[in-house]
Ligand binder design. Structure first.
Ligand SMILES: C[S@@+](CC[C@H](N)C(=O)[O-])C[C@H]1O[C@@H](n2cnc3c(N)ncnc32)[C@H](O)[C@@H]1O
Length: 245
C-alpha cells in the first residue's frame, strides 16, 4: 500500500475490525530483534492470519528478498533463494477485495524486487518467465481467502495450505510440495493421510468412507507433488497416487 489508506469504511471497521497498519508501525514491529532474526532466516515461516492487503507480508517479502540477494552467488542461486523466501510467507484474509489486493501486491512486490536484484547483479533483464510463473503458483497457494477462526473459505471448504519442503541438489534448491488443511496444522489432528476429519464431514466430498470405523480417507485436500527445482513449481505435477500404495 503506497497511499496509506488505513480505513475503507466505518461499517467495515465495525464488522471485521478492518484498520490497516501504517508503514512506519510495520517497520517498527519488523525491526524488533526477534523478528529480524527470523527475517534473516530464509526458510523461517510467517503466517499473517488477518492479512488485509498485505502490509506486513509485503514488507517481510521485501526484506527477505534483500537477504536472499545478498547471500546469492549467481543468478540461479538468486532466483532459487527469492522463490524460497516467497514460499515461507503465508496469509489468510476474509474479505474478497482485500484478498485479491493481497495476491496482487505480493506478486508486484516480488516482480519489482526480482528485477531490481537482477539489475544489482549486473543483469538488467526482464526476468525469466518460469521464475515469475512459479512465483504466481506459490502466491496462489500461500495467500488464501478464508476465515481464520472457522478454518473455512467463502465456499465453506477447508482452507488448504501447501508445505514446501526444500533441499539442495546439484547446487540448486528443490522442493517437495504437499498440502494439508489449515485446521489440521493448527489443531495438530492428523489422519493416516495427514488430514483432520471434521466431525460432521461432508461425506460426499470424500473419496472413500468406511461406516464401521468412521474413518474417512479424505483425499480431496491432500496432494503430493513431484519433487522439482523450485523454479519449476509452476508445472504443478502431482505424484501418481497409485505408485504410492
Ligand atoms: C485490523 S485489519 C489488519 C490488516 C493487516 N494485517 C494490516 O496490518 O494492515 C484486520 C483484517 O483482518 C481481516 N479479518 C477479520 N476477521 C478475519 C477472520 N476471521 N479471518 C481472516 N481475516 C479476518 C479483515 O478483513 C481485515 O482485512
Amino acid at each position: 500500500m503506497t497511499n496509506e489508506r488505513l480505513i475503507k469504511s466505518a461499517d467495515r471497521v465495525k464488522d471485521v475490525g478492518e484498520v490497516f497498519t501504517p508503514k512506519r508501525i510495520v517497520d517498527l514491529m519488523l525491526d524488533q530483534p526477534e523478528i529480524s532474526a527470523k527475517v534473516n532466516d530464509l526458510t523461517a515461516t510467517f503466517l499473517e492470519p488477518s492479512a488485509g492487503e498485505g502490509a506486513f507480508l509485503i514488507e517481510l517479502l521485501k526484506r527477505k528478498m534483500q537477504v536472499a540477494l545478498e547471500g546469492s552467488t549467481s543468478i540461479d542461486s538468486y532466483e532459487d533463494r527469492i522463490l524460497l523466501v516467497l514460499s515461507s510467507l503465508y496469509g489468510i484474509e476474509l474479505m474478497e477485495d482485500n484478498f485479491l489486493m493481497l495476491r496482487h501486491n505480493m506478486y508486484q512486490t516480488f516482480a519489482v524486487n526480482y528485477l531490481r536484484g537482477l539489475k544489482a547483479k549486473g543483469k538488467p533483464e526482464h526476468g525469466k518467465p518460469k521464475v515469475l510463473k512459479s512465483a504466481k503458483t506459490i502466491i496462489n497457494a500461500n495467500m488464501v481467502q478464508g476465515n481464520t477462526l472457522t478454518y473455512k473459505n467463502g465456499q465453506d471448504q477447508p482452507i488448504v495450505f501447501s508445505e514446501w519442503a526444500s533441499y539442495k541438489q546439484d547446487g540448486r534448491i528443490w522442493v517437495k510440495r504437499s498440502t494439508q488443511t489449515f485446521e489440521s496444522i493448527v489443531e495438530g489432528v492428523q489422519t493416516d493421510n495427514g488430514l483432520i476429519v471434521p466431525e460432521d464431514s461432508q461425506l460426499d466430498l470424500f473419496a472413500d468412507f468406511d461406516p464401521d470405523t468412521h474413518e474417512v480417507k479424505a483425499k480431496e485436500y491432500y496432494f503430493k507433488y513431484k519433487p522439482v527445482k523450485i523454479v519449476d513449481v509452476y508445472k504443478e505435477e502431482l505424484v501418481d497416487a497409485s505408485s504410492e500404495e
